[in-house]
Design a protein around this ligand. Structure first.
Ligand SMILES: Cc1cc2nc3c(=O)[nH]c(=O)nc-3n(C[C@H](O)[C@H](O)[C@H](O)COP(=O)(O)O)c2cc1C
Length: 210
């Protein structure tokens, strides 16, 4: 009798053969793009996006993927502006409330009990309760393609960070303290999240060459 292959292999196009799709749990935990935007007529919007990351230092560029044409995508197409807000453990329930598939005319700031604070450089407000926010201007919106070149109904929204707000208590001798902010990250399954604390930290410097 041969022992089973120790590696489970699957081709996503043909199914994963597991009780739950592991993709999100493997590429995780992911930082959350908690994105505020406004429609052309000024209707406020707030929603979380965990297909989110930073892509460049200078200028700083962040991006997130809208799976389908959602209100956030439409707003950023219309106005060219958005604000990223840091999702923290004290704000986890509000972040979750802001993902409700509410009609475009619903203000998720109100829905989630959050206060809009005016931004400095863009018309879109930031979440006053969040300790960090990036004011962003859209740089590119790219519709994704599959390996066969076929269009995928997902849009990667990229924006330059033009303004940064940081609560001063997170600057310890001027150095930003990641763990002190208690950021939350998205894991897999319908409900898994991780909170980053000081115990998750380890340090490693890059190797020199030669
Ligand atoms: C933690 C979390 C992460 C999410 N990540 C994404 C994502 O990366 N892309 C996406 O299209 N929807 C994502 N969603 C779902 C959107 O938040 C949801 O569809 C929301 O209603 C979109 O709002 P909008 O239409 O106002 O833009 C996520 C939801 C949660 C709770």
């Amino acid at each position: 009798m041969t022992s089973p292959d120790p590696m489970h292999f699957y081709q996503p196009a043909h199914g994963h053969g597991l009780p739950h799709d592991p993709f999100n749990a493997i590429v995780g935990p992911r930082p959350i793009g908690w994105i505020a935007s406004c429609s052309a007529d000024g209707q406020r919007n707030l929603a979380p996006y965990s297909f989110f990351n930073a892509f460049n230092y200078t200028p700083p560029i962040i991006g997130f993927a809208s799976i389908g044409r959602k209100d956030t995508l439409r707003n950023i197409e219309q106005t060219g502006e958005f604000v990223w807000n840091l999702a923290t453990r004290p704000l986890a329930e509000a972040m979750n409330a802001s993902c409700a598939p509410a009609p475009a005319e619903v203000d998720e700031f109100e829905l989630a009990g959050l206060t809009p604070a005016p931004s400095r450089l863009v018309q879109v407000p930031r979440v006053a309760q969040s300790p960090v926010a990036f004011e962003c201007r859209r740089t590119q919106i790219i519709q994704l393609q599959g390996a066969d070149g076929g269009a995928v109904p997902t849009w990667l929204v990229l924006g330059e960070v033009v303004g940064v707000h940081i609560a001063r208590h997170l600057l310890v001798d001027g150095v930003y303290d990641t763990a002190a902010a208690r950021p939350i990250l998205r894991g897999g399954g319908p409900a898994d999240y991780f909170e980053i604390g000081a115990d998750a930290l380890f340090r490693m410097t890059r190797p020199a060459w030669p």
